[in-house]
Write a protein that binds this ligand. Sequence first.
Ligand code: PLP
Length: 490
Amino acid sequence: MHNDNQPLIFELSTEGRVGYSLSELDVPAVDLAAILPSEFIRTEEAELPEVSELDIMRHYTALSRRNHGVDSGFYPLGSCTMKYNPKINESVARFAGFANIHPLQDESTVQGALELMYDLQEHLIEITGMDEVTLQPAAGAHGEWTALMMIRAFHEANGDFQRTKVLVPDSAHGTNPASATVAGFDTVTVKSDENGLVDLEDLRRLVGDDTAALMLTNPNTLGLFEEHILDIAEIVHSVGGKVYYDGANLNAVMSKARPGDMGFDCVHLNLHKTFTGPHGGGGPGSGPVGVKADLIPYLPKPVLVKTEEGYHFDYDRPQSIGRVKPFYGNFGINVRAYTYIRSMGPDGLKAVTENAVINANYMMRRLEPYFDLPYNRHCKHEFVLSGSRQKKLGARTLDMAKRLLDFGYHPPTTYFPLNVEEGLMIEPTETESKETLDAFCDAMIQIAKEVEETPEVVQNAPHTTVIGRLDETRAARNPVLRYERETVEV
Ligand SMILES: *Cc1c(COP(=O)(O)O)cnc(C)c1O
């Protein structure tokens, strides 16, 4: 019997075993020498494993069970929104008319795909309160960079070449300062106040005629809504800067509040988070950017337009920052997001937000007696605990994260944001049931008790996984990702 924790055997080959059966060739054999240069023709057979179909099936199924995914267990990785990816999205993305088209096909033959993209843009315009949306950017960080390039083009068109600074609160997602730097700006950090929100006095002190923009992650990485958001937008606008809304985690506010109504000039969304695109394995994402009217001329081109003859790409955009992604963006993720929005409807999207926020607050209050909660306020879609109480007893947040593996959970995000010591950032998402949330809280509470009573159990975790604790630096720097048969030295 197979046990998921047994070492995998890779040497499965048995001479002469085959995994296929083909009928006799009943057409003339191809003369390879006539069609291929001789150096490309094999002289020896390839050394491939000789296995049956069943051997192969079990091998890959066993490998897949070594992976933790949303389909196999709870995945409360803060700021990553590892929510369920509805299977109807996959069916629709596989419709032949979406899956089998080619990006170089003539526009007249892909009108359905263009209509879907256009309608998705319209939905996102409605959801964000912006005036126009581009679907080109391939991920959240790419969207941030795209918007910053538009902001720069806007300032330069006004002769404002001295606007070289982008303000980023210290509670921002890490991609914000990175994108500002890649876009060629100097990043200036804005402090948080004792409530974990943007310090308005610090912001007032930092803005000036060198301010290009402020990038605001809202809710911030502590899961807190910026209460003074209108003041923040007003302060930056008063000196001629633009305000950018990092809307990667829109499930905290969607259908309740819109960045466009809060005075923001642009926003990016992560369709692979809030709008259920599968992610986490480095697969394709989609980070559309919405803009207000005065940034529209700078949108990446081509811009999808609707005319009486149908949909087509307009390349005649002289002020555009140019293309940021080939062809249609990550079309397959956009099909999934469109399917999700249409299957939820406006009331469904509102319920998503309510449940994401209720779930996070429920867990925060259940865990509050057992862990430190540095910013003790109502949270939005996520919250951040501190493991400093446990650290004093000898078990760090890293140890507790490893111990969670023994309970079958993916650990929360750890050691982020940086303004929380021994941080544990937990995002349950709206797709989980109360039973799942309770079971995870029970595991966390048990771990907190273990830290008091038997800390070595936590310090040496995990105990039940195939591989124990890795040297994380070596695993990241020198990953051995390929199985290699041992070679015998002679
Ligand atoms: C995930 C995330 C990003 C970055 O998105 P990517 O698609 O990973 O580039 C940016 N901001 C916030 C708040 C996020 O949660």
